[in-house]
Design a protein around this ligand. Structure first.
Ligand code: CA
Length: 230
């Protein structure tokens, strides 16, 4: 599973990209200005960034130059509304790996993203994540639990949520972090969608594995706890 950072200030386009990538099994985070794009891109938490050039605070080209100056080699696919060959050339010279002109179809973006993730120089992603007696298979989207058959089937959203928990085992994840990483939302929609999906996962994995920390968030435990602690 790959984590994609989307830097796009146009909410309609951002959610179009985020939803599409999400449906294709990517974990997405959306930011709407160049400063956030720069800060997030430096964390090392992403496998690729989709970067709009026309961003507030710091424009996309400047973000790209800052990252490359720091030798951060995160693959970057640039989105440009500027119908100019010169901008495209500048973008590629500034360190973009690829670019797409707006307006674009989702399939075109997906193809570029997949191509750049497969490009040489980037480590192949792991196919299995292991936590305690559970193994999440990133290809089949199933979790196997030792001594328990059959394997647990996950929906796309449950799989994305499980992926975030498995990568941050024993850490507290806030509701906001989960909304951002699993749903691509950087605002609180005021719904209980996180609670609902945590409940779904608990139902499938056993209630004792994911702990609720009131007012703080959730934590996946590497070792099963005594049941009904929540
Ligand atoms: Ca823009």
């Amino acid at each position: 599973m790959n984590r994609i950072l989307i830097a796009e200030d146009e909410p309609r386009i951002a959610s179009f990209i985020a939803n599409g990538l999400n449906r294709n099994g990517f974990v997405v985070t959306v930011v709407a200005d160049g400063d956030s794009a720069y800060q997030y891109a430096r964390t090392g938490a992403f496998d690729l960034m989709v970067l709009d050039l026309g961003l507030p605070i710091i424009d996309g080209l400047a973000v790209l130059r800052l990252l490359r100056a720091e030798k951060i080699d995160l693959p970057v696919v640039v989105l440009t509304a500027r119908d100019s060959v010169a901008d495209t050339v500048t973008g590629l010279e500034s360190g973009a790996d690829d670019y797409i002109r707006k307006p674009f179809g989702f399939d075109e973006l997906l193809a570029r993203v997949r191509l750049r993730l497969r490009a040489p120089g980037h480590d192949p992603e792991p196919t299995m994540l292991r936590v305690g007696d559970m193994t999440l298979d990133l290809r089949t989207r199933r979790i196997s639990i030792e001594g328990q058959a059959p394997e647990v089937e996950l929906t796309a959203r449950e799989f994305a949520l499980a992926g975030v928990f498995f990568r941050h085992v024993d850490q507290v994840l806030t509701r906001e972090q989960l909304l951002s990483r699993v749903w691509g939302l950087d605002f609180d929609p005021g719904s209980n969608v996180v609670e609902v999906y945590v409940r779904y996962l608990r139902k499938k994995l056993g209630t004792s594995r994911i702990e609720t920390l009131r007012g703080m968030g959730y934590r996946l435990h590497s070792l099963p706890r005594t049941a009904a602690e929540d």
